[in-house]
Design a protein around this ligand. Structure first.
Ligand code: AMP
Length: 543
């Protein structure tokens, strides 16, 4: 027997409809790329979303077409999130910090029809001339006055497109399983892999992160996501804000401590979210300037492990509740958040900190296990560690048009294999121990150790090379290249580093080179990175 309740579809359209109908006067505030602060309401925003959808239709965008963005966190990007998905097309956010080759691969693999680009990133596209020929038009996200001189062809102006369209777009009734957005994970090996989210997965993820044990997002909040809208949909926060009717504050390119503090203070920000690197800058600035943020209640930190000193600083110096979260592009992303349980209230500060350092406990909807090399589940005792595997309605079920990557990504029980190695304790708190792929996380971005090693051994005088992450005050981690010279050779560090120029993004080039007589290996001949990390744990990188 079936239930008798209404079968309303869980769509992204329903999120913005709700925000407009019941929170229409709530503000969305952005630091614009052109400079000034832009301020309008959900109701104003919705009218422009209608015009934008009209413009997309006029440019020939139809069901399932991919529309790419290369943009900061700002109101026009927010409009694209809702207009593109709302009309039945797919909003494909691209990370502009990726190396040109990767961006070209991603645009071509996704078969992007249009690319919307912030003024800042026009040169990124210019550098790809002749390599993304499938793109029909490039729309610069600005007004006529600020349109740049550019060598690109098929260029249009965002505000001009909107100006000639009507506000009332005929929004389609979408099935909740319709694809809504696409994001590529910048993998450590091989090409980037596409994760195709649906309206349903997005709405369920929004419910989950609004939960009190997650981000507790509500209409009382003023929320500033520092995490970019080009990185897993800013952890789903723009959608969750619409669901809750929260004020949304978008920082644009102003990611430095002073700009963030100014905006957070002016807009009464109560909740913020981002990677550890960003917070180092803000905390340092606030300490040096003797500033506080009295209205900031809580911060969600994830994407990389924050140092314990950061947790202490947020809580003790600034009275901000620190919440640790974990997730991946493949998981929408939030799976765990580290809110404490009621029976932990009485614990002393040190014991609470020990829990907060962990990546958190699963939100309802996410199932989680750790498995050993044999694929068998390991105990949740906080000691045993193995590969973390997850399952749930906002977890990737299949990579976008990539059967090979899909084949390797799931276990026999249909769990997604994360590639992270972790423990789970008896209270359900998960802690990342290592990444099976030894990726280096620098400022929230991935740096592939394997790619760098492969380039280094391209030097005639290098016999073997390994790259490991060294803890860095600002960036979280920076790569250190460790080389074994060929017998009798004495290669110079500068010559080896010169090999990387033009072959990888600048931010990926190792900070230093060290020479050793030999590298430690596992029984199967793989470089033993754990031993190297141990050997170099006190290493300090050149300033
Ligand atoms: P991405 O798909 O770029 O968001 O990266 C996901 C990966 O970032 C995860 O598989 C983890 O390796 C890492 N990660 C995410 N959150 C955390 C965290 N809180 N602590 C440590 N590593 C994290």
């Amino acid at each position: 027997m079936l239930g008798k309740m209404m079968d309303s579809q869980l769509t992204i359209n329903s999120l913005i409809d709700f925000a407009v109908k019941f929170h229409g006067t709530t503000e969305i505030v952005s630091r614009s790329v052109e400079g000034p602060i832009h301020r309008y309401t959900y109701a104003d925003c919705y009218r422009r979303i209608g015009r934008l959808a009209g413009a997309l239709a006029a440019l020939g965008v139809g069901d399932g077409d991919r529309v790419a963005t290369l943009a900061w966190n700002g109101y026009r990007h927010f409009e694209l999130y809702f207009a593109v998905s709302g009309m039945g097309a797919v909003c494909h956010t691209i990370n502009p910090r990726l190396f040109g080759e990767q961006i070209a691969f991603i645009v071509n693999h996704a078969k992007d029809k249009l690319v919307f680009v912030d003024l800042t990133f026009v040169p990124v596209l210019e550098a790809l001339a002749g390599r993304i020929d499938g793109v029909e038009n490039i729309i610069v996200m600005t007004d006529e006055e600020h349109m740049p001189e550019t060598s690109l062809s098929g260029v249009l102006c965002y505000e001009n497109l909107l100006a000639v369209e009507a506000e009332d777009f005929g929004w389609p009734e979408l099935d909740e399983n319709t694809a809504s957005s696409l994001c590529y994970s910048s993998g450590t090996t091989g090409n980037p892999k596409g994760v195709l989210y649906s309206h349903r997965s997005t709405v369920l993820h929004s419910f989950a992160i609004c939960g009190a044990d997650a981000m507790a997002i509500s209409a009382r909040d003023s929320i500033l996501p520092v995490v970019p809208m080009f990185h897993v949909n800013a952890w789903g926060i723009p959608y969750a804000c619409a669901m809750a009717g929260s004020k949304l504050v978008l920082p644009g390119a102003g990611m430095d401590g002073a700009s963030l503090h100014e905006l957070m203070e002016a807009e009464g920000v109560t909740l913020t979210a981002g990677v550890p690197t960003i917070w180092l800058g803000l905390l340092q600035y606030m300490k040096e300037s003797g500033l506080q943020l009295p209205e900031l209640e809580r911060t969600i930190v994830g994407g990389a492990a924050p140092p314990p000193s950061m947790i202490e600083s947020f809580e003790n110096d600034f009275g901000v509740d620190f919440l640790h979260g974990w997730g991946m592009t493949e998981t929408s992303p939030v799976c765990t958040v580290g809110a404490l349980k009621g029976n932990m209230r009485g614990l002393d500060t040190a014991a609470k900190q020990a829990i907060k350092v962990k990546q958190g406990k699963p939100l309802y909807g996410v199932d989680m296990k750790i498995v050993g090399d044999d694929g068998l589940p390991l105990p949740h005792d906080g000691e045993a560690f193995g590969e973390l595997c997850v399952k749930g309605p906002w977890v990737n079920g299949e990579y976008f048009e990539d059967a090979e990557a899909t084949g390797a990504a799931f276990d026999a029980d249909g769990f997604f294999r994360t590639g992270d190695v972790s423990t789970i304790d008896s209270d359900g708190y998960m802690q990342i121990v290592d990444r099976s792929k030894d990726v280096i996380k620098s400022g929230g971005e991935w740096i592939s150790s394997i790619e760098l090693e492969n380039l280094a051994v391209g030097h005639a005088d290098v016999a073997e090379a390994a790259v490991i992450g060294i803890v860095h005050q600002k960036w979280g981690e920076r790569p250190l290249l460790i080389c074994v010279p060929r017998e009798g050779a004495e290669p110079a560090a500068a010559d080896i580093l010169a090999l990387f120029d033009g072959k990888v993004a600048k931010m990926c080039i190792p900070d230093a080179v060290e020479f050793v007589g030999e590298l430690p290996h596992t029984a199967t001949g793989k470089i033993l990175k754990t031993k190297l990390r141990e050997d170099f744990k006190d290493y300090s990188l050149p300033a």
